[in-house]
Ligand binder design. Structure first.
Ligand SMILES: NC(=O)c1ccc[n+]([C@@H]2O[C@H](COP(=O)([O-])OP(=O)(O)OC[C@H]3O[C@@H](n4cnc5c(N)ncnc54)[C@H](OP(=O)(O)O)[C@@H]3O)[C@@H](O)[C@H]2O)c1
Length: 329
């Protein structure tokens, strides 16, 4: 069995290696074994390899926050999952050809889901959903603004917000994605740059922008704070600039804008296991019917992890980079 290992923290394409690992063996009681069909390379995986992520496991370590798998064997006492089922693993270390995990950590997903989309179900769709649900009670017609709108999270958020009758201002760093984001339901697409707050206010025709969502940090956080109306909330959920968020004291102190941080794990931990499964079942249905879809730029075999990682770090991608550890889907 092959898996990806990092033996040191550093440039992802330098530290990640595809290595031969021992066979997993049969599942023990309460365990399942599955073949990993696909995994995406997410920004957090790149941070993990660089040593910038919140988790620093002992090395060597296997990255991989998410994947989709097909169950090959179940251990004694496992109910509700059978060989052949598709599952998403709620635990890490998924950059491998196969995994043996506790059955309780597997979320079954509906048959008929596009496998490549299913590989990207665990993290970004619920992140978009919880960013919308957990911070500000927004009503029909309310405005929000987000940066990194062309990311997978940003695209899911546009779709979910539009379905609720919310209006979105979407900040991007390249103009060529505007038509695609509008087709998803984006009300406004603005290119990042000077006078963003004024352009956002104009776009909303002076209506209050009650929620701001930022995944860049650094100066971008300050900019989004300036876009949000008095008493509004900015939620920071990423640090693509590599910097800590900068805040704007007049926005914070004089206008009463709040800055909050979001982490999917904390958001899910507030919900019961039943609610989490229901949330994933609903998002799985939305993947299956095509309501939610993250574009995919390219796919690579597991042996080509270096090329895959280099590609994932290139600007101007047209979607995610996927790795298919057991061959084409
Ligand atoms: N807190 C959480 O629990 C959580 C959960 C999921 C994701 N996230 C975060 O959400 C963000 C998006 O993740 P994703 O998987 O949706 O991303 P993705 O689909 O891989 O897309 C990455 C996006 O980031 C943009 N980008 C990259 N570097 C940038 C920079 N320095 N300034 C502005 N934009 C930049 C790219 O813009 P172009 O399209 O122009 O190339 C692209 O749209 C990441 O920061 C990720 O870590 C956080």
């Amino acid at each position: 069995m092959k898996k990806i290992e990092i033996a040191a923290y550093g440039a992802p394409e330098e530290v990640a290696r595809c290595v031969e690992a021992g066979e997993l063996g049969p599942p023990g009681p309460g365990e399942i074994v599955f073949d990993v069909l696909a995994f995406p390379i997410n920004p957090a995986d790149l941070s993990f390899c660089r040593g910038n992520y919140r988790l620093h496991p002992a090395l060597p370590a296997t990255p991989g926050a998410e994947c989709v798998g097909r169950v090959t064997a179940i251990g004694a006492g496992v109910a509700g999952i059978k060989p052949g089922d598709l599952v998403v693993n709620m635990q890490r270390e998924n950059w491998a050809q196969a995994r043996r995990i506790k059955a309780d950590d597997a979320v079954p997903i509906p048959a008929g889901v596009d496998l490549a989309q299913a590989a990207m179900l665990r993290i970004n769709p619920p992140t978009a959903l919880l960013l919308l649900e957990d911070h500000v009670a927004l009503g029909h017609g309310d405005w929000l603004i987000q940066d990194v709108a062309n990311s997978a999270v940003g695209r899911h958020l546009i779709v979910l917000a539009h379905a609720r009758g919310l209006r979105t201002i979407n900040v991007v760093r390249r103009a060529d994605v505007e038509a695609e984001l509008r087709a998803l339901g984006a009300d406004v697409v603005l290119q990042d740059g000077p006078d963003l707050a004024q352009r956002a206010r104009d776009a909303a025709s002076g209506a209050p922008i009650r929620l701001g969502i930022d995944a860049i940090s650094g100066e971008a956080t300050r900019q989004i704070m300036q876009c949000v109306a008095d008493g509004g909330v900015v939620v920071n959920y990423g640090g693509l600039s590599g910097e800590d968020p900068r805040i704007d004291r007049p926005s914070l102190g004089v206008r009463g804008v709040s800055l909050m941080g979001f982490m999917l794990g904390r958001g899910l931990a507030k919900r019961s296991p039943e609610a989490v499964r229901a949330l994933y079942a609903d998002l799985g249905t939305k993947l299956r019917d095509g309501t939610l879809r993250a574009p995919i730029d390219s796919s690579y075999p597991i042996e080509a992890i270096r090329q895959a990682l280099l590609h994932a770090q290139r600007a101007g991608r047209h979607g995610k980079i996927l790795v298919l550890p057991n061959g084409p889907l």
